[in-house]
Design a binder for this molecule. Structure first.
Ligand SMILES: *[C@@H]1O[C@H](CO)[C@@H](O)[C@H](O)[C@H]1NC(C)=O
Ligand SMILES: *[C@@H]1O[C@H](CO)[C@@H](O)[C@H](O)[C@H]1NC(C)=O
Ligand SMILES: *[C@@H]1O[C@H](CO)[C@@H](O)[C@H](O)[C@H]1NC(C)=O
Ligand SMILES: *[C@@H]1O[C@H](CO)[C@@H](O)[C@H](O)[C@H]1NC(C)=O
Ligand SMILES: *[C@@H]1O[C@H](CO)[C@@H](O)[C@H](O)[C@H]1NC(C)=O
Ligand SMILES: *[C@@H]1O[C@H](CO)[C@@H](O)[C@H](O)[C@H]1NC(C)=O
Ligand SMILES: *[C@@H]1O[C@H](CO)[C@@H](O)[C@H](O)[C@H]1NC(C)=O
Length: 512
């Protein structure tokens, strides 16, 4: 018996020798899909109607897959809900479900159509991969029967899973992944009891799979990167335009930098739900993204990536900030909310200065110089250290430099699109407790930009000025080591209130 490490090594050699030589670089494609939604009919669709709708979406995905393959892409990622459309009801989604077997069964649905009963969606996806010799990542829904008398089994006798499937370039099912972290509204799906660690090997690196908000949590996201050492993560999403620091391209690119991994994100394109923002992100400079609230159509992005991303030396995110003393407070601090979290802020009064703001154990430091301080614009430095409670609960530490919506301080943290103040330089840092910190930047017009340098001591700096006026610079830290409190230990009243506000917000804006 060989040690498992050697077995793995041989497996890689076999994979590469058998199919082709291993590739140093590969071409990745992501497709932002303007998904065709089910109509708001009174009754749920039947299976035939559901299939008609799914085929309409797959007709469009097929064009994208053909086009990606023609451009030489090795893999294409399509969005969460990209085949079914958004449906948030257990019974309504039922006709969209198929029984998806475990990849161990070694199955090419395109050439073995009826092995697992009627599975037309899987067959078509497999054929699209096989006919175009490209890996296809798609999101669909799985059902597994359970005994309704068992307490955990849902009332309709099925577990229903939000599922990513991956077909290799021969059409073989090589991975199946169940989404773990559901949003409040995703009641149509069950969360797997244990988070799944799903990877697949290719001649262009090792891949890990996540869906949507799974990216914000330790299991499985961090384990895939740190323990299983994947090179690239595929992430189908239905991600809202959550300004400021969960804005899709800004946050996803920052995550790739912070986690030091390639990340392929495919979002649906839907202006009613404010969903747009897909991209191909590498931990170094290569980043391609698409985000557009105003057009009606989807878009295909293709970009070359390193199969094994080149890693810069690790950053100590607190080293600089822990080495200096807080500056004496210049102005009165004030509180205002960003995405329902109460930040502590200081207003930047002059066109140049050094500021610090602390909340609990986090102190944020900013040095900056504006080209000219505009009377009609207010910028602030903010800090938040605590439990984020809207939609999902998780601990974060955030340092942010941002432009307020208006000159009224209570509007700081509300979404804003434009600015006219340019900065000649800035340097932002914080006393983060964890090494999971994601650096982000937004310029006027909601342009996602990477006009900064991350120093090894944890400062994010720009010495030469930005190409456009600045909207936001953020260091978003996740404290995975702090686990979600039990409901008894948190301030329940407050949490419930936030949930209620979120729910109202959900109903109001049809958030997903
Ligand atoms: C991928 O290859 C690694 C070795 O590098 C091996 O340990 C692992 O089991 C393989 N995973 C899959 C899903 O084939
Ligand atoms: C794949 O190719 C086969 C045979 O060439 C064809 O019958 C089938 O319709 C194609 N399917 C797709 C999804 O392209
Ligand atoms: C969007 O797609 C529709 C249907 O495919 C097409 O008719 C239209 O020209 C496209 N619009 C743009 C701006 O590409
Ligand atoms: C980061 O730097 C701080 C302060 O210099 C030090 O206390 C800490 O141990 C360092 N952390 C790591 C992970 O190296
Ligand atoms: C702003 O500049 C003025 C004039 O130089 C100075 O008196 C004041 O102390 C400065 N305020 C802050 C907060 O730095
Ligand atoms: C900010 O700090 C830097 C370095 O410590 C110093 O050179 C600069 O004069 C300070 N700026 C202001 C406006 O206090
Ligand atoms: C931001 O600027 C753009 C272009 O100048 C303009 O079209 C848009 O309406 C502005 N948005 C807001 C909210 O003012």
């Amino acid at each position: 018996m060989l040690p498992s490490q050697w077995q793995g090594y041989l497996a890689i050699i076999a994979l590469c020798a058998f199919k082709a030589t291993c590739l140093d670089t590969f071409k990745a494609a992501v497709y932002e899909h303007a998904v065709i939604m089910p109509s708001e009919s009174v009754r749920p669709l039947n299976r035939e109607e559901a299939l008609t709708l799914m085929n309409k979406n797959m007709d469009i995905l097929e064009q994208a897959i053909i086009s990606a393959a023609k451009q030489g892409a090795h893999i294409i990622v399509t969005p969460e809900y990209g085949i079914s459309g958004l449906i948030s009801d257990r019974l309504r989604i039922y006709p969209f479900l198929e029984n998806i077997p475990h990849p161990q069964v070694n199955w090419i649905p395109c050439i073995d159509r009826y092995r697992f009963g009627s599975t037309p969606v899987q067959e078509r996806l497999s054929c699209m991969a096989r006919n175009n010799s490209i890996y296809v990542v798609a999101n669909m829904a799985d059902r597994k029967t359970c005994d309704p008398t068992v307490s955990k089994c849902p009332f309709n006798g099925y577990y229903q899973y939000n599922t990513n499937v991956v077909y290799d370039s021969e059409g073989k099912l090589v991975a199946r992944y169940y989404k773990k972290y559901m949003l409040t509204k995703e009641v149509q799906f069950d969360s797997p009891l244990e988070s799944e660690l799903v990877t697949f090997n290719t001649t262009f690196g090792k891949f890990g799979i996540l869906t949507g908000f799974d990216i914000l949590f330790h299991d499985p996201a961090v384990i895939l990167v740190e323990t299983l050492k994947v090179d690239t993560i595929v992430l189908p999403v239905a991600w809202m335009n959550n300004l400021p620091y969960l804005y899709p391209a800004a946050f996803h690119a920052a995550w790739a930098v912070g986690m030091r991994v390639n990340l392929l994100v495919s979002n649906i394109h839907n202006d009613v739900n404010q969903m747009t923002g897909s991209g191909i992100y590498a931990p170094d400079s290569s980043k391609v993204y698409y985000i557009d609230m105003h057009s009606e159509n989807g878009t295909l992005l293709v970009s070359q990536l390193d199969s094994h991303p080149k890693l810069l030396p690790p950053v100590n995110w607190s080293s600089y900030a822990k080495s200096i003393e807080p500056f004496s407070a210049k102005e009165e601090e004030f509180k205002s909310s960003i995405l329902f979290d109460k930040f502590t802020f200081q207003e930047l009064i002059n066109d140049t200065g050094n500021y610090s703001v602390c909340q609990k154990t986090l102190c944020c430091y900013l040095s900056y110089k504006m080209s000219e301080k505009k009377a009609n614009e207010v910028y602030v430095l903010g800090a938040f250290d605590g439990l984020h409670v809207a939609e999902e609960e998780y601990y974060i530490q955030v340092c942010t430099l941002l432009k307020c919506l208006t000159t009224m301080l209570e509007t700081c943290g509300l979404p804003t699109e434009n600015a006219s103040t340019s900065f000649d330089m800035f340097s932002l840092s914080g006393t983060f407790d964890s090494q999971y910190v994601f650096p982000e930047m937004l310029l006027s017009g909601l342009q996602v930009a990477w006009e900064f340098e991350v120093l090894s001591d944890g400062r994010i700096v720009n010495k030469n000025g930005t190409s456009k006026p600045l909207l936001m610079v953020t260091l978003f830290g996740r404290q995975y080591q702090k686990t979600k409190p039990t409901s008894a230990s948190i301030h329940l009243g407050f949490a419930l209130l936030m949930k209620l506000i979120t729910l109202i917000f959900v109903l109001y804006s049809a958030i997903w």
